[in-house]
Design a protein around this ligand. Structure first.
Ligand code: SF4
Ligand code: SF4
Length: 130
């Protein structure tokens, strides 16, 4: 999510995705943290299971000026494995724009052939199409 999203050897071309109009919607989704990624606060309270959001609903690590992730090297596992081409919400955003998360999850998937964000690298042929 954010700026070149990888899963195995796949690297989405997020610059191309943003040019297509993805609006980096992935960085507005809930970013869950696996138990081993959670950091217990110094006061001993329960560690959060998700990444905080800004008031406008973006991940706190998202840089609106560049569309990049400020914590790219340490980004959560879910961000490393997320592939918006597998997410029907991509089709909503590319065709209708991004209005809100509520709109995103309540709008029916548009008909027609899916629009796909290109990859900079692809999975090995043995794994089939991404
Ligand atoms: S929506 Fe897709 S193309 Fe756009 S930033 Fe997120 S993962 Fe990259
Ligand atoms: S950690 Fe980075 S890649 Fe993940 S949602 Fe936040 S800004 Fe996007």
């Amino acid at each position: 999510m954010g700026d070149g999203c990888d899963a195995s050897d796949v690297l989405l071309d997020c610059d191309a995705g943003r040019a297509m109009g993805c609006h980096s919607f992935c960085c507005r989704l809930l970013v869950r943290l696996d138990p081993d990624e959670r950091v217990r606060p110094a006061d001993g309270s329960t560690a959060k299971g998700f990444v905080d959001k800004t008031p406008d609903g973006r991940c706190v690590h998202f840089e609106p000026e560049t569309g990049a992730c400020a914590g790219w090297a340490e980004r959560p596992r879910v961000c490393r494995h997320y592939d918006c081409n597998d997410d029907p919400k991509l089709q909503v955003v590319l065709r209708d724009g991004f209005v809100s998360l509520v709109r995103l999850v309540t709008t029916p998937i548009p008909a027609g052939p899916p629009r796909r964000v290109p990859y900079r690298r692809r999975r090995p042929a043995t794994e089939g199409p991404p």
